[in-house]
Design a protein around this ligand. Structure first.
Ligand code: FAD
Ligand code: SF4
Length: 570
């Protein structure tokens, strides 16, 4: 065997997974558990569960700025600083603006986590299923293309991922957010229970429920098997949860994949492109730049899962050019990089609740309450906009004067120990339509330090999103007032797309290879051994948080890939 062949053999696996965030974690777990030798490539550093969570047990007075960011950090990172979760004790898991530049053809706040675990270490873990109407919406309204799957195709996979991830929730019997395999629900506090009663009496079809969340209210055998324990109600999950009660790659899917003995995890490995073999008509591997040494290596495999998160998946695919695919891997249809979407989180409102001053609650619940979509659903029909929005929210009782009240001494101590007034806030989480001219492309000249072209993002809200926002302002104001809250104020902050951190599309699924990139199994129409199972594959956005759907699509695609491998179809 000559040296090149030997190196190729050493670098050959059954499957390669690009990215180790929420979807990549599921790909590596499923593929290794089904017997494949898997190489997981991650551009960021290693983050070991527990030992690499340096701030997880810090008390407020042990952080240099009590959890706040210094003005220098905020000023030098204007984009990521707009994210509510970017603070002193979580900043180590966020990409800083200047380290990874991109081009905003239109304002787009791209929030990223580059490390083993990706954004699974940072996410808020809200996990509502999509309903039947979500998969039918495009076909019903003649928008973009039809989803190639329906709810019944994904429902068993929702159940499958919920059982392992551990989703706490209540069976509410609402078709907008079908019930799943739930651990015990977290509890609503007195104001939330009151509001639930008010909405139930005053509105038809507006139901306030406790959010379904990927926190272990009670760790079951599947979770204990990978070393996870029950939630301690600290609400410090984005620092990394040392109990493994918050679902993350690091706490859940990575240990499961490692336990098979078939996983090779390679951090600091920036996948530059996918290698396409023109003779075989297949992808044969990937080109990787070492993040530290910048050395280039090639790795080979029978199948490739692309899970770099929507924007980076678009980047890797568009950067994978060949004579057969001059415009990006598998891009016969020309849709690669088009129909990019986000979620419309521009509208929010709040008010104060009177009459509950003799009540309090214990612990810090790491989730909130949720009102599923009621617009253009059931009997409701809007003429100004298509689709709808849901609400997330929560009631809480602050300290008298607020946590940041300046002061010192005995009197001050006594005053901040007294509970302040109850308040309730909620936002609208709106569906965005897929538009052909909302795009991700690559800059022709500018490259980053790893030789990757800079991404250009050209995504904007259009009329449907603007009309929906106007309606949401009115509805939030009305609902909170109708429920008896005081000092109610709802508004549209016009925030940029991206800050929702639910970017989707660019490499959509579909029935027809002429108008889509992927088939019903998230498999490339034109390159059958490549699977894209992150947000890039989405055909529409619904208004539910999307990551549970990425997990289910990934597990389903991995199962299909292994079946096809066994049949020697790949
Ligand atoms: C603060 C916050 C709150 C959120 N709350 C929710 C929520 O409540 N519910 C919900 O559903 N979603 C939520 N999200 C969104 C959720 O985190 C993402 O949808 C999810 O992580 C996407 O999974 P992914 O696998 O596509 O990407 P990621 O988790 O981002 O993982 C992608 C990985 O790929 C790696 N990568 C990128 N490019 C390359 C390359 N070229 N080579 C190798 N590796 C690469 C990255 O470093 C990263 O580790 C939230 C996100 C944040 C930040
Ligand atoms: S609230 Fe629960 S899930 Fe979050 S960090 Fe604490 S123990 Fe972990």
């Amino acid at each position: 065997m000559n040296l090149n062949l030997k190196a190729a053999a050493q670098n050959t696996y059954d499957a390669i997974v690009i990215g180790t965030g929420i979807s990549g974690g599921w790909a590596m777990k499923e593929l290794t558990q089904k017997g494949l030798k898997v190489l997981a490539l991650e551009r960021g550093r290693m983050v070991e569960h527990v030992t690499d969570y340096p701030t997880t047990m810090l008390k407020p007075w042990e952080s240099a700025h009590r959890g706040r960011l210094s003005p220098e950090i905020r000023e030098s990172n204007p984009v990521v600083s707009r994210c509510y979760a970017f603070e002193e004790n979580t900043q180590q898991f966020f990409v800083k603006d200047q380290d990874h530049p991109y081009i905003q053809d239109k304002p787009f706040d791209w929030i990223r986590g580059y490390q083993v675990g990706g954004k699974s270490l940072l996410w808020a873990r809200w996990t509502q299923r999509w309903g039947e109407h979500d998969f039918e919406a495009n076909a019903r309204e003649g928008i973009a293309v039809d989803w190639p799957i329906r709810y019944k195709d994904i429902a068993p996979w929702y159940s499958y991922v919920e059982r392992f991830a551990g989703i706490s929730g209540n069976k509410d019997g609402l078709p907008q957010v079908p019930d799943g395999e739930f651990l015990p629900p977290m509890e609503m506090n007195c104001v939330e229970k009151h509001l639930k009663g008010q909405f139930d009496t005053k509105y038809q079809g507006r139901h306030l429920i406790i959010s379904r969340t990927a926190n272990l209210s009670q760790a079951g055998p599947q979770q204990q098997a990978v070393g996870r324990g029950s939630c301690q109600y600290r609400n410090l999950c984005a620092r990394g949860c040392p109990f493994g009660a918050a679902f993350s790659t690091n706490a859940a899917t990575l240990p499961a994949a490692r336990a098979t003995g078939r996983l090779t995890l390679r951090p600091d490995s920036v996948v530059q492109s996918i290698i396409f073999d023109e003779q075989k008509g297949k992808a044969t591997g990937v080109r990787v730049v070492d993040a530290k040494t910048k050395e280039m290596t090639e790795f080979f495999a029978k199948i490739i899962f692309v899970n770099a998160s929507t924007v980076n998946t678009n980047l890797v695919l568009q950067n994978s050019t060949s004579t057969r695919f001059p415009n990006g891997l598998g891009n016969d249809s020309g849709v690669l990089g088009h129909y990019v979407m986000a979620h419309n989180y521009r509208v929010s409102g709040s008010g104060t609740a009177e009459g509950f001053d003799d009540q309090y609650y214990f612990g810090r619940r790491p989730t909130g309450v949720y009102i599923p979509r009621y617009r253009n659903f059931g009997g409701d029909k809007q003429t100004a906009f298509l689709r709808g929005y849901s609400h997330s929210g929560g009631a809480g009782r602050g300290m008298a004067g607020g946590a940041w009240t300046p002061g010192f001494g005995a009197e001050f101590k006594e005053s901040i120990a007294k509970p302040g007034p109850w308040s309730f806030s909620m936002n609208a989480m709106g569906e965005m339509l897929p538009y052909e001219d909302n795009t991700i492309t690559l800059d022709k000249e500018q490259k980053d330090q790893w030789g990757m072209p800079l991404v250009r993002i050209n995504v904007e809200w259009k009329e449907n999103e603007n009309e929906m926002s106007k309606d949401a302002v009115v509805q939030i104001q009305e609902m909170l007032e109708a429920a008896g809250l005081k000092n109610v104020r709802a508004r549209d902050n016009h925030q940029n797309p991206g800050l929702d951190i639910h970017e989707m599309g660019g490499c959509r699924m579909g029935r027809d290879p002429k108008t889509s990139m992927l088939n019903a199994w998230n498999q490339m129409h034109a390159v059958k051994n490549v699977f894209v199972t992150d947000g890039a594959s989405m055909v529409s956005t619904a208004c539910q948080n999307p990551s549970l759907t990425y997990m289910a699509l990934t597990a389903r695609a991995a199962n299909h890939a292994v079946e096809e491998l066994k049949k020697k179809n790949l």
